[in-house]
Design a protein around this ligand. Structure first.
Ligand code: SF4
Length: 294
């Protein structure tokens, strides 16, 4: 979005400065992020009451009714509408605009074109969007829709350009990168993509974003062990160390399976760095019955 504005003659100023247009790219991963999004939207209107205030992103995608009621917001756009943000801002005529398409119907990755990288050492490369897993605690499938993989041609083209510009490291990211290629029928998956990226000259390091334990198989590790540029840091989301809780979370592995994945990674990469996420509280429905028994 920044790039679109720059290409259309706008000037980027620091968020704390007074601006004519404020874009709040909202997050909805927790109640706290919803609250912060609302606070920021109200705060910027106070700073410049005549500015155009735009709410975009995941919270805007799932909370149209809430944002509609906030007078300070002028334009509300969903995730698919980000690519046309310039049009919405340029055409704004003082009456509230709400445009949020049904993202769950999106079947194709929304290609955003070439990105201007301001970093000099590392570039974050988006390879897919959406998730089909529906973990019971997670709103992401509703905010981002179903899995859509970016074409390998566009990814490789972007990374070649990044490497040619002197950036040595790429981080492959997405909502659920394990799902890369799974909605297509060309049998080209995450490991195939990593192997192709490894062949790009001038690039020195490949990092991969958060993985689900279910992708860590013997075959995946064998193939990954031959990718010289892969960084031996993996983020595997555990979420809970209790099998009953994992089941309620609709996670698709047990603690024992998770342990096997960790051991497999340690065997493949003896110096491996592993990080994880753990949700430390999770509701259960049968609480009253258990207290009754006590
Ligand atoms: S796999 Fe990740 S993004 Fe998908 S529903 Fe579960 S927690 Fe959310």
């Amino acid at each position: 979005m920044i790039q679109q504005f720059l290409e259309n003659g706008y000037k980027l100023v620091d968020f704390d400065e007074v601006a004519d247009i404020y874009i709040i790219n909202t997050c909805t991963v927790t109640n706290m992020s919803d609250k912060k999004s609302r606070q920021n939207l109200r705060r910027v209107k106070k700073k410049n009451p005549s500015a155009i205030i735009v709410a975009v992103g995941c919270y805007a995608q799932v909370a149209k009714n809430e944002l509609e009621k906030i007078d300070e917001i002028d334009i509300v756009l969903g995730n698919n509408e980000k690519k046309d943000i310039i049009k919405y801002v340029n055409e704004y005529n003082n009456s509230k605009v709400l445009n949020i398409s049904e993202i769950e119907k999106s079947k194709e990755f929304l290609e955003f074109g070439e990105v201007l990288y301001l970093e000099t050492t590392r570039a974050v490369i988006k390879i897919q969007d959406g998730c089909n897993n529906f973990c019971t605690y997670c709103i992401i499938p509703y905010a981002r829709g179903r899995i859509r993989s970016r074409s390998k041609e566009m990814i490789l083209k972007e990374i070649r350009k990044v490497a040619d510009s002197g950036i040595k490291e790429v981080v492959l990211t997405g909502i659920h990168i394990d799902s890369y290629g799974k909605e297509k029928d060309d049998n080209y998956y995450l490991i195939d993509l990593i192997e192709d990226i490894n062949k790009i000259e001038k690039l020195e390091r490949i990092r991969i974003g958060s993985l689900e334990p279910t992708i860590i198989t013997e075959e995946f590790c064998n193939r990954l062990s031959k990718v010289e540029k892969i960084c031996n840091h993996f983020h595997l989301s555990l979420q809970s160390g209790c099998d009953a809780t994992l089941k309620r979370m609709n996670r698709k592995y047990t603690t024992e399976e998770f342990r096997k994945c960790v051991n497999l990674l340690r065997k493949t990469f003896p110096e491996v760095n592993l990080t994880t996420d753990i949700i430390v509280g999770f509701p259960r429905r049968d609480r009253r019955r258990i207290y009754g028994n006590i």
